[in-house]
Write a protein that binds this ligand. Structure first.
Ligand code: ZN
Ligand code: ZN
Length: 95
């Protein structure tokens, strides 16, 4: 279960991970009747640690902003590659 927080009123929306389109920004309307605003959310599964992160905005963010989102669990970037390259390097990996 994920929690989407409205950027306008901080109202919390619980949602099933399965219901969300992972990795793509989408919009939903705030369930708080006093707010009722539409906001943007993005749910993303981290390629590095498998953790789920949810981000919300008051308006559609720039592509650069979406590309600069880091995992809230392990800090890996969206593609999960930079973190791996930084840690040990592919040459040292024993498989
Ligand atoms: Zn709201
Ligand atoms: Zn992660």
């Amino acid at each position: 279960m994920l929690t989407l927080i409205c950027p306008f009123c901080r109202h919390e929306h619980a949602d099933d991970w399965e219901c969300l389109d992972s990795g793509r920004a989408d919009t939903m309307r705030c369930e708080n009747p006093a707010c009722n605003k539409r906001f943007v959310y993005l749910a993303r599964e981290c390629l590095a640690c498998g953790g789920e992160s949810v981000f919300t905005w008051g308006e559609m963010p720039a592509p650069e902003a979406l590309a600069a989102l880091f995992c809230e669990h392990c800090g890996a970037p969206p593609d999960g590659k930079a973190q791996e390259a930084k840690s040990e390097g592919a040459a040292q990996r024993v498989q």
